[in-house]
Design a protein around this ligand. Structure first.
Ligand code: SAM
Ligand code: DTB
Ligand code: SF4
Length: 324
């Protein structure tokens, strides 16, 4: 392992000034050295055998005006999706209750909006209050937010807001043209200023280069403070999206990316997010070894498949992992 002047293991500090070359050095070191460093960091900050579990629900599905190339919910792609308008409160609460019974500790509600209308926000605020009343942490992802909208969500008791950077600033324009990287950073600032925990990550497997992946991690790590939750999604290739035939990610490269996220953001929950349905148990085990300590749990993500809850319980039992 190469020691750097800012070696985290010597300072135990959190940094927000990472340079790309330093991240490349971390990423490219021998796999065993990288995993060892990530494990050391992980064990310093967390129970090494605990994994946080969140369940997802799509509360408004499809017909999104944005053109995100990866997304089955964009109105621009013909993906055979069943569109659904905003769900009723009682249906959402019933789904949250089931998620809690299955063992989830956080309930994340996603809506296919560019940004919510104020009327929508009233309905979502009711959902947040009711889900919180069940004793679950709450998370929503609704697209772009203004400052006042963020404050309204915080007043409803929202714990986390998910808004991803998705990729590097350089590759971003190849994936989304209907809103900018800066728009995303603005929303993240509003959420942070309202006192809501930030859940922010990205997607691997969209045809980006190694540099793009590391630049995404640099963008995340150089936020002050670090996002509390960092979802690393492996692209779910959905028929009808422009990325349906994107090249597969080498699982070892994926694990390396998780390890680097762990080292750069030692106190954040790194979430092994979309893409577990097609991932081997062994790759998932390596991701946990590399410092992933959160997953989406339950048979569905927003619109695509996720492993069955029972399958995940069996995997956790085989690995001696306990959910939290
Ligand atoms: N519309 C809101 C937005 O874009 O912020 C919220 C929902 S959107 C589906 C949430 C995130 O899901 C996206 O930012 C993206 O990172 C992830 N996502 C969407 N489709 C995906 C796919 N096919 N594979 C992996 N991740 C995906
Ligand atoms: C995140 O980073 N991944 C989740 C959550 N945040 C909202 C969404 C994954 C969506 C995968 C495609 C789908 O199921 O529609
Ligand atoms: Fe819409 Fe979000 Fe999908 Fe982009 S990722 S098309 S904003 S639902």
């Amino acid at each position: 392992m190469t020691a750097s002047p800012h070696d985290l293991d010597s300072s135990y500090g959190l940094r927000h000034d990472w340079r790309l070359e330093e991240i490349q050095q971390l990423f490219r070191q021998p796999f065993n050295d990288l995993i060892f460093q990530a494990q050391q960091t992980h064990r310093r900050e967390f129970d090494a055998n605990a994994v946080q579990v969140s369940s997802l629900l799509s509360i408004k599905t499809g017909r999104c005006p944005e053109d995100c190339a990866y997304c089955p919910q964009s109105v621009r792609h013909d993906t055979q999706l069943n569109d659904e308008s905003l769900m009723e409160l009682n249906e959402v609460v019933a789904a949250a209750r089931r998620a809690k019974q299955q063992g989830a500790s956080r309930f994340c509600m996603g809506a296919a909006w560019r940004s919510p209308k104020d009327k929508d926000l009233d309905a979502v605020a009711d959902m947040i209050r009711e889900v919180k009343n069940l004793g679950l942490e709450t998370c929503v992802t609704l697209g772009m937010l203004t400052g006042p909208q963020s404050q309204r969500l915080r007043s409803a008791g929202l714990d986390y807001y998910n808004h991803n950077l998705d990729t590097s600033p350089e590759f971003y324009g190849d994936i989304i043209t209907t809103r900018t990287y800066d728009d995303r950073l603005d929303t993240l600032q509003h959420v942070r200023a309202a006192g809501i925990n930030v859940c922010c990550g990205g997607i691997l497997g969209m045809g980006e280069s190694e540099t793009d992946r590391l630049e995404l991690l640099r963008q995340l790590a150089n936020q002050t403070p670090h996002p509390e939750s960092v979802p690393i999604n492996l692209l779910v290739r959905v028929q009808g999206t422009p990325l349906q035939d994107a090249e597969e990610v080498d699982p070892i490269e994926f694990v390396r990316s998780i390890a680097v996220a762990r080292i750069l953001m030692p106190r954040s929950h790194v979430r092994l997010s979309a893409g577990r349905e097609t991932m081997s148990d062994e790759t998932q085990a390596l991701c946990f070894l590399a410092g992933a300590n959160s997953i989406f749990y339950g048979e569905k993500l927003l619109t695509t498949a996720n492993p069955e809850a029972q399958q995940d319980r069996e995997l956790f039992a085989r690995l001696g992992i306990h959910p939290e």
